[in-house]
Each structure stands twice: as structure tokens, then as C-alpha cells.
Design a protein. Structure first.
Length: 250
């Protein structure tokens, strides 16, 4: 589904991403971990088109999308939710989802019509129900709780029916209850099938609980990869990031 080959990006002589190769098979659930400054968000920025790579390829279903504009990459099936939610703060939840759909369809001028396109409303409600936001449909996005804002950010990516969904620290800034609800939601999205899901996360309990494969970045380079059980006991990962093997999950 998605394969990255020898991807590199430098800023002012500092290598943020250095010769990184990864593979994300269709329907897989993958975590990317590493210390602060490891290059995780830069890696997502490269895949999603926010920045252009210096070298390397980003193959989405065999097509090299490296360096394409964000809109073109989204149109080809890559969606992204951010560490800090990217919202339309003055729009309601439903209006926000309709706006995302209509922007893609180039019908944004119709967004606030009293009778919006039926298929746009239907898709917005499908995603709200999936993420538990249907009761917040008429709530202004800026008035949502932190957890619901994160859910809406995911919904804005999901409403466009991506093939690959990138989640940048989906539980960042949440309390224990919200964290549990969010990670259960993320796992449920993946279990529904059809999505290749890649997430950045610092909480190793979450990573080792749900990820099939874990990639570890350090100083912009790929340090290790494998199953959660393999990564948690890898001496290089322990030294660079974990500090000690994570406790066995019950």
C-alpha cells in the first residue's frame, strides 16, 4: 500500500530524516516511536506533502507521490490528523465535515446552504456516528472538549475516505479516561478494515498494546523495527529511547 524508500530531508545542514525506508502493507497498523527530535513529525510531513523531500521515493500503491502538493496526495488517499487539532473553530461539527467534503469536491461555496447536497450530509453523519460525535453535530468546533476536538480532527481526515490514515500523537494532552476512549476508537477504526493506519505515539503502553509493527527513529535515522515484543527488548532501542524493557502486558 505505502512504501517509503531512502527518504532524506535536511534543514540548514541538519538531517531531520536520513535515508529512511519503511513499508506499510494494506490494512496494517503501525506505530512510529522515538525520542523528541527523532524526526517523527518531519516524516509525516514528507508523506503528507507538507514538505518536499531532498531525496527518496514515497510510493502509494506503486505511484511515487514524493513532492506532490498536499491536495494531490489527499486526493490519492492519504489522510492525516495532527498532534494539535486543525479545525474550523467557528463552524459546527457537521459544518466542518461538510466543508472538508465540499472543498474536495470544489463546492465550498455551497457549504452553508439550507439544503446541502444529500450525499455530503450523509457522509458527514456516517463519520460522526462512527466516532461518537453525532450528539455534537451542532456544537461549534471551538467549544468542544480537547478529546472531542481530537476526534473531530480524525473525522476531518476520515470523511474523505483515505486509504492511509496518519495520526500524530492521537492521545496527546488527554486525561486517563479520554486516552482510553481515544485509543479504543483508533483500534476500532482499524478493525473495521480497509484502512492502513500509521500513528506516532510516546505512550509505550498504547504502542505495545495495539501496534502490529513498530518503527523506531533516532536523530532522523531508522534505528530498529519489528513486532512490539521484538522492539521492547532490542538493546539499541532500550539505550536510545526506552531506558529499560517495558513490563509484560497482562
Amino acid at each position: 500500500m505505502l512504501r517509503v524508500e531512502h527518504l532524506s530531508k535536511s534543514f540548514g545542514g541538519v538531517a531531520a530524516t536520513s535515508d529512511v525506508s519503511m513499508e506499510f502493507p494494506a490494512g496494517s497498523l503501525t506505530a512510529i516511536i522515538g525520542p523528541n527530535g527523532a524526526g517523527k513529525t518531519t516524516f509525516f510531513n514528507l508523506i503528507s506533502g507538507a514538505i518536499r523531500p531532498d531525496t527518496g521515493r514515497i510510493l502509494l500503491e506503486g505511484e511515487d507521490v514524493a513532492g506532490l502538493p498536499v491536495a494531490d496526495i489527499v486526493a490519492r488517499g492519504v489522510g492525516r490528523a495532527f498532534q494539535v487539532a486543525q479545525l474550523f473553530p467557528t463552524l459546527t461539527v457537521e459544518q466542518s465535515l461538510r466543508a472538508a467534503l465540499m472543498a474536495r469536491q470544489r463546492h465550498s461555496a455551497n457549504m452553508l446552504r439550507r439544503f446541502p447536497m444529500a450525499q455530503t450530509r450523509e457522509r458527514a453523519h456516517e463519520v460522526m456516528e462512527l466516532l461518537g460525535l453525532q450528539r455534537k453535530a451542532r456544537t461549534t468546533s471551538g467549544n468542544l472538549s480537547h478529546g472531542d476536538q481530537k476526534l473531530l480532527d480524525i473525522a476531518l481526515a476520515l470523511v474523505l475516505e483515505p486509504k492511509v490514515l496518519l495520526l500524530d500523537e492521537p492521545v496527546a494532552g488527554m486525561g486517563p479516561e479520554e486516552r482510553t476512549q481515544m485509543i479504543d476508537t483508533v483500534h476500532r477504526l482499524w478493525q473495521r478494515g480497509g484502512l492502513t493506519l500509521v500513528f506516532i505515539e510516546h505512550d509505550m503502553d498504547i504502542v505495545f498494546r495495539i501496534a502490529q509493527t513498530v518503527y523506531v527513529l533516532s536523530y532522523g535515522k531508522l534505528l530498529a523495527h519489528g513486532t512490539p515484543d521484538e522492539v521492547r527488548v532490542n538493546p539499541l532501542v532500550i539505550e536510545a529511547y526506552l531506558g529499560a524493557p517495558a513490563e509484560e502486558q497482562p
